[in-house]
Design a protein. Sequence first.
Length: 427
Amino acid sequence: MAGPAPIFIIAGESSGELYGALLAREIKKLRPDAGLYGIGGDLMKAEGVHLLAGVSGAFGLIEAFSHLKDLKASMKTLLEAADTLKPKVAVLIDFPGFNFKAAAHLRENGIKILYYVSPQFWAWRAGRIKKMAQLVDRAALILPFEEELYKKAGIPHEFVGHPALDEIAAMPPGKISKKEFGIDDDTPVLSILPGSRPSELKKHLPLVSGFLDMFSREYPDWKCVIPLAPNLDTQPFITELRRLRAQGAIIKRAMSLKALSVSEATMVASGTAALQAAFMKKPAAVFYKLSPFTFYTARLFVKVKYVSLVNILYGDMIVREFLQDKAKPSIIMEEVRKIIGDPDYSGLMKRRMESIRERFEGKHASKRVAQMVLELTGENDQRGNPSSPAPKDPPPPAPAPRNQARKGQPDSAYRKPVQPGLFGDPE
């Protein structure tokens, strides 16, 4: 008996790759023999996805131009793999500049498209949703206010909840200890999350270093923890990371949620991590820097009042946003000082964050999207139950990943190794 048709999961960058990994785990629960292939990183690979290419560090106009060659190579590899493996369904996660083009090619070949994590039509370039209507079979939405847009566009959709909350819910309750970071349990902790993209670290690490100079002098009894994305190539940032360690920062890889969990407060780059902080009710100062060209171009087109999803979801300012020229150590220090020193201020922030989380409670995004995938393959009924016995034959082998030089090389061969010794023990 032939094995199940392959399923593609395409995640363009680190935050999307996390969602792809959580999705792969849930698909495997429903179909242990499912053949999963895609673009991602170590998290997806650990969940059984055969990698075709790696995640990108591109974000913004200038940043994307510098990655064009890699993106074109990834597209070529993806389409060649689709011709070989003939998947029934492709799950495209965010990253519209790449995934819209991929969807057009894949759909021409009869592959059904499930778009997971909507582009931010509500923030800028709303007209793109008309193009999406021509490209996708279904959309899995992670923000409640997106439903109205998709209804108007006539795109079959469902609000599934947010996968970041799935990851938080999966953490062992009460078992995360500061000792995992080499910190005594009674020592207060400030976590600093500088972003997951190389372009973000390039802009943010000097800012973090300047902030640490001020913070460590004023709060010598506090410890600062800086978690880094699991797929990050640290080689370009060796000098900055060593400086941060010399300033007393504890740097860990792939421990963002744990870092937030043990924190009394956090300083976080705008993005998924800021929303995670809100879900965990961690008082936060949000910052972000882009290239000047990208930032000032975006100001011409972006329609929303706030940048952080925390504030957008609440409809008012919960966490202060320090953007571009306002993202300076002294200015952010004022806000952190207020968070630490004013319990009424931080307490109000926590209560408002709780009201955001309540809008997502009872949803299980990764599980529901896995069910939607199998519904599109015809292997699930509408309740998410397997509609036929699982075939016994294994899935077809994955094509060699891009830049794999020799048969037998691991499918992470296209990535540069983590700089040895920088973080101590493997993490």
